[in-house]
Design a binder for this molecule. Structure first.
Ligand code: NAD
Length: 242
């Protein structure tokens, strides 16, 4: 059953900012960081694999973990929640900004145009030690990770690791969305990773209504005007239908 109050907030909002986290993709079958890891990776804490220090210390281990996640994401599909958000944004041009912490590309695959990817993309990689192309080489040396055959520079996943800066354009776009919004939907995020979580605090401080959609308690519940203890896909389907 959808929440009528929140539905009317959505109907009346001038601009809606949506902040999504790993829980948004849980119903597609992508594990969140908090889900128990299984098999090969059970011995590692994912957060210990998501830093530059970890990559430099154990490049093969970290590369292989990202390959494992990449393969997993290629096999899953966007869920009804991703599609409901994309369809709403299409039906209401300019009324919704989507800010995602997810690196899985599922919002984009659901057809969401202009999604702001705060933490980069799992599906791409880049040079570890250079912003631009390295040594102008045409061919990479195969490996885990692949490397430049001339200087040895490594490829790394194009995601934002713990301790790294967010892409400035994405952060600026996200902050502009927070400035513009009078309603923010915070979906499937534990609210512990900054600066992303700070966007919800900023929206609240500016007087926007904040709605948290999450089956579990989150760090952002205290600033929420409404907490919906529901899973993202079904909840968004009923909230966002016209
Ligand atoms: P998190 O793992 O810290 O928290 C996930 C949250 O999702 C939890 O609060 C959980 O209760 C909630 N959740 C679980 N199932 C849900 C459902 N069906 N509907 C709604 N909520 C549900 O994830 P986070 O807050 O996004 O932060 C961790 C970091 O991990 C982020 O930086 C993100 O980039 C990265 N990450 C991304 C992916 C992805 O791209 N799919 C997956 C894992 C981690």
């Amino acid at each position: 059953m959808s929440d009528q109050g929140v539905r009317s907030w959505i109907r009346d909002a001038r601009h809606i900012a949506v902040l999504t986290g790993a829980g948004m993709s849980a119903e597609s079958g992508v594990p969140t960081f908090r889900d128990a890891q299984t098999g090969l990776w059970a011995q590692f804490n994912p957060q210990d694999l998501a830093t530059e220090e970890a990559f430099r210390a154990h490049p093969q281990r970290v590369w292989d973990w990202y390959q494992f996640r990449r393969d997993l994401v290629r096999e899953v599909q966007p869920n009804a929640g991703h599609y409901a958000l994309a369809a709403f944004a299409q039906r209401h041009p300019g009324r919704m900004s989507l800010i995602t912490q997810n690196v899985d590309g599922l919002h984009q695959r659901a057809g969401h145009v202009g999604a702001i990817a705060l933490h980069g993309s799992l599906l791409q990689d880049r040079w570890l030690d250079a912003q631009q192309a390295c040594c102008s080489v045409e061919a990479l040396e195969d490996g885990h990770p692949p490397r430049c055959p001339v200087c040895g520079n490594l490829r790394r996943p194009a995601v934002v690791w713990f301790g790294e800066h967010l892409p400035p354009e994405a952060l600026a776009a996200a902050e502009a969305a927070v400035q513009a919004c009078d309603l923010m939907l915070v979906i499937g995020t534990s609210g512990v990773v900054y600066p992303a979580a700070g966007l919800a605090l900023g929206a609240h401080q500016r007087g926007a209504r904040v709605v948290v959609i999450n089956p579990e308690p989150t760090e952002l519940d205290p600033v929420a005007d409404r907490v919906l203890r529901e899973r993202a896909a079904q909840c968004l389907l009923s909230l966002l239908e016209d």
